[in-house]
Write a protein that binds this ligand. Structure first.
Ligand code: HEM
Length: 515
């Protein structure tokens, strides 16, 4: 445990990246001792002895456990003693059936509550989550065609403002630069084009997630039975509440002003804050919840998108041939839309879409996906019994690197998903609709955005924003690795997660008069 804490302390900036994803995917980390009776399933790591010994073995060899489990039980569920107690690892062939189970059996919200220590942090309003998901699905995603020209202009402006002039080759630390860009561009739609640049907004948007995860991870160092007390001795919890208070103090007058504008019948902005205010009464929620919903939306969106863009840029800069091919595609597509990055234009950038998906395939982030709490016992069609009170999960990263599903999985193949989409190569998945190989599509063979009814609702917005950023950067900048660096920057790994090194630099030079 000490070792882990040291690694966490030393790698804090990198950890911050990971925890952002963890926050989004609701990774359960404190379920020790809460498992039900799942003894009918094979137990991996039996040879290590009793549960505590297996748990310790998992701390040092977690990834190997999953790899062995994948080899031994490719089409059968098995048990694994993780850092946080027993889990049931589900095979790909059961996922279609499990994803159809109702929420009162396979439950994401309870997992979320436990994972994020809501009880001890005084957070976790389910109605708020429901409200947020409604706004994302019902307003944000549906508005993409309408808001895209605005988003595209914001992207161009923000990239120019955030990057140094780059008249000559200039070194840029990628992660923090992309983080700033993503916070501003997303903010333009979340809260409007003026406030998205306000230092208070940007601070909350970029730092609240870290404060949140920092508090949760510190709290989890206490035994689960003592966390109610540990909360009072954990300064990170107070720091989180202070950040939250600051963010609310910034948002409260903004919300009041919007309310006044609504009462006065003035023209209202077309952004997520306004969509929330238009509907919050229907959900029986208060304006204070709107501020909290804004914070939660940033928490789900900003670091996850930043990690994805950073991974893709690291993949691209090490492969200059793909950069020039992508540029050609972007220019060819934009020639048909008078240079405007419409939704249709983004859809037509199919090589870019393929590169984005291939980057997710080779950099799956977390090894596991679809973490759910079994709320009621259920028996699956193959006889697998899932008892109430256990966590289930599936080893997504191993599936996307399985040669039976993805040929030559160790190779970064920029055309992989384009070829699958176009039907120019055989499809080992046998999809009737080859459009399922798009970046935004979730399938049992590709769960980067999760799976089932709780798969990431923000992925359409994220895909749109990632394409806008990459297309603009590729058109406006040449990029290369610093002298002496010949290979892609290695990802950092922590347990079953891998993330881009947030300290790495790439050289950029502005393309002159050719965009
Ligand atoms: C590349 C960026 C992103 C990645 C990789 C990502 C990934 C994920 C994953 C893995 C899940 C869990 C799904 C499951 O377990 O089935 C999730 C859920 C969620 N994501 Fe994202 N996400 C991203 C961007 C966004 C954005 C931009 C938003 C908001 C605008 C968002 C909002 C949410 C919400 C609200 C949930 C919870 C859904 C539910 O409980 O039903 N995400 N995301």
């Amino acid at each position: 445990m000490d070792q882990i804490q040291t690694v966490v302390a030393n790698r804090w900036p990198a950890m911050a990246s990971v925890v952002a994803v963890l926050a989004c995917v609701f990774v359960a980390t404190s379920l020790l001792g809460r498992g039900g009776d799942s003894n009918n399933l094979p137990l991996l790591g039996k040879e290590y002895g009793h549960a505590e010994k297996r748990r310790k073995a998992f701390i040092t060899n977690g990834v190997d456990f999953y790899k062995k489990g994948y080899q031994l039980f490719k089409s059968k569920a098995y048990r694994l003693t993780t850092l946080d107690g027993e889990r049931i690892v589900l095979p790909r062939n059961l996922m279609e059936e499990v994803r159809r189970l109702p929420d009162d059996i396979i439950d994401i919200n309870t997992a979320f509550d436990v994972v994020n220590e809501h009880k001890h942090l005084g957070m976790g309003d389910r109605k708020l989550t429901e409200f947020l998901i409604h706004i994302i699905r019902g307003d944000l995603t549906r508005s993409l065609v309408r808001i895209n020209p605005r988003l595209s202009a914001e992207t161009a402006r923000t990239i120019t403002d955030t990057m140094p002039p780059c008249d000559d080759w200039t070194s840029v630390t990628v992660y923090p630069t992309v983080l700033q860009m993503v916070a501003v561009i997303s903010g333009a739609i979340f809260i409007g084009p003026d406030l998205c640049r306000a230092p208070e907004y940007l601070h909350a948007s970029m730092n609240y997630t870290m404060a949140f995860i920092n508090a949760v991870s510190k709290l989890k160092q206490w035994s689960s039975k003592l966390r109610w007390l540990g909360r009072y001795f954990t300064p990170e919890v107070d720091a989180l509440h202070a950040e939250r208070k600051k963010a609310h103090a910034f948002l409260a007058p903004v919300i009041r002003e919007r309310r006044e504008a609504m009462r006065a019948g003035r023209e209202l902005p077309d952004d997520a804050l306004q969509w929330m205010l238009n509907k919050v009464d229907d959900f029986g929620l208060s304006d204070d919840v709107v501020a909290e919903t804004q914070l939660n939306m940033s928490m789900a969106a900003i670091h996850t998108t930043t990690l994805t863009v950073t991974m893709i840029l690291y993949d691209l800069v090490a492969r200059p041939d793909i950069i020039s091919e992508l540029r050609d595609e972007i220019k060819r597509v934009l020639a048909t839309t008078d240079g405007v990055m419409t939704t249709h234009a983004l859809f037509e950038m199919k090589l870019l879409d393929s590169v984005m998906k291939e980057s997710q395939r080779v950099n799956p982030g977390s090894l596991i996906r679809f973490q759910r709490w079994v709320a009621k016992p259920v028996t699956l069609s193959d006889g697998t019994q899932l008892p109430a009170g256990v966590m289930v999960e599936t080893p997504h990263a191993l599936a996307v690197q399985d040669p039976e599903l993805y040929k030559n999985p160790e190779t970064f193949d920029a055309h992989r998903f384009l070829d699958l989409r176009n039907g120019t190569v055989p499809d080992p998945h046998g999809y009737k609709n080859r459009e399922q190989h798009q970046f935004v599509t979730v399938t049992k063979d590709f769960m980067h955005f999760g799976y089932g009814r709780h798969a990431c609702p923000g992925r359409f917005f994220a895909a749109n924003e990632i394409k806008l950023i990459l297309a603009r950067v590729l058109l406006d900048y040449d990029m290369r690795l610093p002298d002496g660096v010949t290979e892609r920057y290695a990802n950092l790994s922590m347990g079953a997660s891998a993330f881009p090194d947030p300290t790495k630099e790439v050289l950029f030079k502005r393309v002159k008069g050719d965009a």
